[in-house]
Design a protein around this ligand. Structure first.
Ligand code: SF4
Length: 235
């Protein structure tokens, strides 16, 4: 049986089951912001569809987005899902800030700033809160923060200590603390943990109706062992 107190063991077991994971989004902070607005509701598959269409029809550089006709930009984003007109407007806002505030290069413009200022700058972009900022910091190679997949912070919490909290922010912070305490602050290991937890949360340990009977780590899962922390079990 795995030691539930060692996140490295859990990651080994998840990787053995799902295989090695690779990010499906761009690592560069600016390109990630564009990719993130290519789909709505934002998901890997929706963003990938919009991204592919945007690259083909318009391009993804700040100058290309700024020059693009708004209607054509919205049309290019349509394969990514809902509200393409709003997402087109957001992309123009992002491109304008990149040009005016960062000299056309976000990563370069953030270099040398204290992490708190980098985080604050990232959170000024539309639809970027702490989980998005953490993701950019980690995958963009800016700081090896303890980022948690924004759509499944419950995964690690369930495995380690039982049912997640009702409040998303509390669960996110709890998962973040577990990663910070147990995974060395190195880009490769924290990216690996992020990707495996995300994969497990999307395929098996879903927010509603987790497929515990198919779970490769159920033997060392606190939630599976009956710890619902005073809440009714998920039905
Ligand atoms: S046993 Fe169930 S709750 Fe625990 S990690 Fe697996 S799917 Fe999630």
């Amino acid at each position: 049986m795995l030691s539930p107190s060692r996140l490295g063991d859990l990651c080994d077991a998840l990787e053995k089951h799902y295989g090695q994971q690779e990010p499906s989004w761009p690592a560069d902070p600016y390109l990630f912001l564009v990719w993130w607005h290519c789909g709505y509701p934002a998901s890997d598959s929706a963003c990938a569809k919009g991204w592919e269409s945007l690259q083909r029809e318009i391009g993804v550089g700040p100058d290309q987005l700024l020059k693009a006709n708004p209607a054509k930009l919205a049309l290019a984003l349509k394969p990514g899902g809902m509200v393409p007109e709003l997402r087109a407007m957001r992309l123009k806002e992002i491109a304008e800030r990149i040009e005016k505030e960062f000299g056309g290069d976000l990563l370069e413009g953030l270099k040398g700033l204290p992490i708190a200022r980098v985080r604050a700058a990232l959170k000024k972009f539309p639809n970027i809160a702490d989980p998005g900022a953490d993701r950019i910091l980690l995958f963009g190679g800016i700081s090896p923060v303890a980022a948690v997949p924004s759509n499944c912070p419950h995964v690690l919490v369930r495995m380690r200590i039982g049912q997640e909290h009702e409040n998303y922010g509390v669960t996110y912070k709890e998962a973040q603390r577990m990663i910070a305490e147990d995974v060395p602050a190195k880009f490769d290991v924290r990216i690996r943990a992020y990707l495996l937890l995300k994969c497990h949360g999307q395929r098996v340990c879903k927010l509603k109706n987790p497929k515990c009977s198919e779970c490769p780590v159920s033997a060392s899962c606190a939630f599976f062992g009956g710890n619902t922390r005073g809440r009714a079990a998920i039905s």
